[in-house]
Design a protein around this ligand. Structure first.
Ligand SMILES: [Zn+2]
Length: 87
């Protein structure tokens, strides 16, 4: 995760954001450059928040949902249960 206090990381993140924004379904239709920057800024914050979610630290244990041993549980659930994948 780049440090947000570093202006270079922030610029890079924004560049990637503009390239990738369609992935999260946000539509950015700015009227002005200022508005574009503002939207990009808000979008960046949202994206970074969203990106932090899956990096939750897991712990080994038994899955609450399927009862399997998993090397990495997040909130008590193994990866297949979290993803809804068939086992
Ligand atoms: Zn499970």
């Amino acid at each position: 995760m780049p440090k947000l206090s570093d202006p270079n990381s922030r610029r890079t993140a924004r560049k990637q954001l503009w390239r990738n924004h369609t992935f999260c379904g946000d539509s950015i239709v700015p009227d002005t450059i200022d508005e574009a920057n503002e939207l990009a800024e808000q979008h960046l914050e949202r994206s970074l928040r969203a990106a932090r979610q899956p990096i939750a630290v897991g712990a080994p244990g038994v899955c609450d949902e399927c009862g399997d041993d998993s090397p990495r549980l997040v909130r008590g659930r193994c990866a297949p249960c979290r993803d809804g994948r068939p086992r």
